[in-house]
Write a protein that binds this ligand. Structure first.
Ligand SMILES: [Zn+2]
Ligand SMILES: [Zn+2]
Length: 97
Protein backbone atom coordinates (compact mmCIF):
# COMPACT_ATOMS: atom_id res chain seq x y z
CA UNK A 1 0.00 0.00 0.00
CA UNK A 2 1.24 3.45 -0.89
CA UNK A 3 2.15 5.75 1.98
CA UNK A 4 -0.11 8.61 0.97
CA UNK A 5 -3.15 6.30 1.10
CA UNK A 6 -2.45 4.68 4.45
CA UNK A 7 -4.42 7.17 6.56
CA UNK A 8 -7.29 7.00 4.08
CA UNK A 9 -7.55 3.20 4.21
CA UNK A 10 -7.57 3.38 8.00
CA UNK A 11 -10.32 5.99 8.13
CA UNK A 12 -13.74 5.07 9.49
CA UNK A 13 -15.44 6.62 6.47
CA UNK A 14 -13.55 4.29 4.10
CA UNK A 15 -14.14 1.21 6.27
CA UNK A 16 -17.86 1.99 6.26
CA UNK A 17 -17.93 2.77 2.54
CA UNK A 18 -16.04 -0.42 1.64
CA UNK A 19 -18.24 -2.65 3.80
CA UNK A 20 -21.55 -1.30 2.58
CA UNK A 21 -20.33 -1.37 -1.03
CA UNK A 22 -19.15 -4.99 -0.84
CA UNK A 23 -22.36 -5.95 0.97
CA UNK A 24 -24.37 -4.36 -1.87
CA UNK A 25 -22.54 -6.76 -4.24
CA UNK A 26 -23.35 -9.67 -1.94
CA UNK A 27 -19.61 -9.99 -1.25
CA UNK A 28 -19.15 -11.57 -4.67
CA UNK A 29 -16.39 -10.73 -7.14
CA UNK A 30 -17.82 -8.68 -10.02
CA UNK A 31 -15.41 -10.18 -12.58
CA UNK A 32 -15.23 -13.92 -12.03
CA UNK A 33 -18.52 -14.15 -10.05
CA UNK A 34 -16.96 -17.18 -8.42
CA UNK A 35 -14.98 -16.00 -5.47
CA UNK A 36 -15.76 -13.82 -2.50
CA UNK A 37 -14.95 -10.18 -3.00
CA UNK A 38 -12.56 -8.97 -0.35
CA UNK A 39 -11.41 -5.81 -2.06
CA UNK A 40 -13.18 -2.64 -3.08
CA UNK A 41 -10.96 -1.60 -5.95
CA UNK A 42 -10.80 2.02 -7.10
CA UNK A 43 -11.32 2.17 -10.89
CA UNK A 44 -9.69 5.57 -10.90
CA UNK A 45 -6.59 4.74 -8.93
CA UNK A 46 -5.91 6.74 -5.83
CA UNK A 47 -3.15 9.29 -6.17
CA UNK A 48 -1.74 11.98 -3.87
CA UNK A 49 -3.80 14.44 -5.96
CA UNK A 50 -7.21 12.77 -5.44
CA UNK A 51 -6.79 11.09 -2.05
CA UNK A 52 -8.71 13.89 -0.30
CA UNK A 53 -11.49 13.97 -2.89
CA UNK A 54 -14.46 11.90 -1.63
CA UNK A 55 -16.10 12.03 -5.07
CA UNK A 56 -13.24 9.71 -6.11
CA UNK A 57 -12.30 7.89 -2.93
CA UNK A 58 -15.77 7.20 -1.49
CA UNK A 59 -17.81 7.09 -4.70
CA UNK A 60 -19.47 3.72 -5.34
CA UNK A 61 -19.34 4.46 -9.06
CA UNK A 62 -15.57 4.38 -8.76
CA UNK A 63 -15.51 1.09 -6.89
CA UNK A 64 -15.43 -2.49 -8.09
CA UNK A 65 -15.86 -5.53 -5.85
CA UNK A 66 -12.99 -7.90 -6.59
CA UNK A 67 -11.51 -11.09 -5.23
CA UNK A 68 -7.80 -11.23 -4.53
CA UNK A 69 -7.03 -12.98 -7.85
CA UNK A 70 -8.94 -10.56 -10.05
CA UNK A 71 -7.49 -7.64 -8.12
CA UNK A 72 -3.95 -8.88 -8.65
CA UNK A 73 -4.68 -9.35 -12.34
CA UNK A 74 -6.15 -5.85 -12.58
CA UNK A 75 -3.04 -4.27 -11.14
CA UNK A 76 -0.49 -6.34 -13.02
CA UNK A 77 -2.33 -5.69 -16.33
CA UNK A 78 -2.41 -2.02 -15.52
CA UNK A 79 1.34 -1.94 -15.04
CA UNK A 80 1.68 -2.88 -18.67
CA UNK A 81 -1.18 -0.91 -20.18
CA UNK A 82 -1.15 2.26 -18.14
CA UNK A 83 -3.95 3.79 -16.10
CA UNK A 84 -7.55 4.29 -17.05
CA UNK A 85 -8.31 7.61 -18.67
CA UNK A 86 -11.13 9.86 -17.57
CA UNK A 87 -13.25 11.42 -20.30
CA UNK A 88 -14.42 15.03 -20.22
CA UNK A 89 -17.85 13.97 -18.96
CA UNK A 90 -16.31 12.07 -16.07
CA UNK A 91 -16.82 8.58 -17.47
CA UNK A 92 -13.98 6.11 -17.35
CA UNK A 93 -12.30 4.92 -20.52
CA UNK A 94 -10.13 1.83 -20.80
CA UNK A 95 -6.39 2.37 -21.03
CA UNK A 96 -4.91 2.99 -24.44
CA UNK A 97 -3.35 -0.20 -25.70
ZN1 LIG B 1 -12.64 -12.58 -9.14
ZN1 LIG C 1 -7.04 -1.92 -6.83
Amino acid sequence: MKDFARAFYRSASWQKCRESFLASKMWLCERCKAQAATIAHHKIYLTPANINDPTITLNWNNLEALCQDCHNREHSDKMRRGPYRVAADGSILPPMS
